[in-house]
Design a binder for this molecule. Structure first.
Ligand code: SAH
Ligand code: DHB
Ligand code: MG
Length: 222
C-alpha cells in the first residue's frame, strides 16, 4: 500500500463523487502558474472541510494559512450569503493569488484575506473583539499550532469547532524525542487538548493524494 494507490483512490473518489469543478480546478492552475507550493488540501479533504462547516451551520469561519485560497474556497462555499470568512496569510504573494482565486470563484464578498503573521492578526482580532467564529481551520506553520490553538480559544464560543491540518506528518507525531519544531508543535497540540477540560478532540490519520498525514478535530465544550 503506497502513494500510488492512495492517489488512485483519491482520483476515484473525486471523479465519482464529482467533487471538483471549474472554480477549484482554476484555483489550482493559477497557483501552479504563480509558482506557489502545491501543499493545499486535496479535493476530498476540501469537501470534508465544507461538510463540517455545513454540519454546524457555520456562519463565521476563521482560517489560519491561506496559500492560494484552495481550502478557503471549499470552506466559504458552505456559508450562506450573510456568512463571513476571514483568512490569515503571511506571504503577500500568496494572499494576492488567493484573492484572485476567491474572486474568480464568486466568493469575494464573503471572504477577507488579511496579510501578516497569523498570531499578530489573531491578537489584533481579539483586541478588536472580533468573533466568535463557529469554525477555525488551522493550517499555517506547524510549530505555531499551540499558539494558534491558544488564540483560537479567545476567538470562539462554546460549541465552536477547530480543525488542525497536517498533524501526523508521515507518522512523526509518534516520535517522542523529536527535535523537529513542527513535530514538537503537533505533539504539544495533543497535550493541550488532554490538559484543557474545555476541549474535546481526536486525531484521524489520513492517506491520499497528499501522502500520509492526519487532522485533529476539536470541539470547544459548551
Ligand atoms: N490552507 C491552504 C494551505 C496552507 S499552506 C490550503 O489547504 O489550500 C500554509 C500557508 O501558511 C502558506 O501559504 C504560508 O505562507 C502560510 N504561513 C506560514 N507561516 C505563517 C504565519 N506565521 N502566519 C500566517 N501564515 C503563515
Ligand atoms: C505543508 C503545509 C501544509 O499545510 C500541508 O498541507 C502540507 C505541507 C508544509 O509546510 O510542508
Ligand atoms: Mg495543510
Amino acid at each position: 500500500m503506497s502513494q500510488e494507490i492512495w492517489g488512485a483512490v483519491d482520483q476515484y473518489i473525486e471523479t465519482t463523487l464529482g467533487l471538483r469543478d471549474d472554480a477549484v480546478d482554476r484555483a489550482i492552475a493559477a497557483s501552479v502558474e504563480a509558482g506557489l507550493p502545491q501543499i493545499h488540501v486535496s479535493a476530498a479533504q476540501g469537501k470534508l472541510l465544507n461538510l463540517i462547516a455545513q454540519m454546524i451551520s457555520a456562519s463565521t469561519i476563521l482560517e489560519v494559512g491561506t496559500l492560494a485560497g484552495y481550502s478557503t474556497i471549499w470552506l466559504a462555499r458552505a456559508l450562506t450569503e450573510t456568512g463571513r470568512l476571514v483568512t490569515l496569510e503571511l506571504d503577500p504573494k500568496h494572499a494576492e493569488v488567493a484573492r484572485g482565486n476567491i474572486a474568480e470563484a464568486g466568493l469575494g464578498p464573503r471572504v477577507e484575506v488579511r496579510v501578516g503573521p497569523a498570531a499578530e492578526s489573531m491578537r489584533a482580532m481579539i483586541a478588536a473583539k472580533e468573533g466568535p467564529f463557529d469554525l477555525v481551520f488551522i493550517d499555517a506553520d506547524k510549530s505555531s499550532i499551540p499558539t494558534y490553538l491558544e488564540l483560537s480559544l479567545e476567538l470562539t464560543r462554546p460549541g465552536s469547532v477547530i480543525v488542525v491540518d497536517n498533524v501526523v506528518r508521515g507518522g512523526s507525531l509518534a516520535e517522542a524525542n523529536s527535535n523537529d519544531e513542527n513535530v514538537v508543535g503537533t505533539r504539544r497540540l495533543h497535550e493541550m487538548i488532554a490538559d484543557n477540560p474545555r476541549l474535546e478532540g481526536t486525531t484521524i490519520q489520513t492517506v491520499g493524494a497528499k501522502g500520509y498525514d492526519g487532522l485533529t478535530l476539536i470541539v470547544v465544550a459548551s
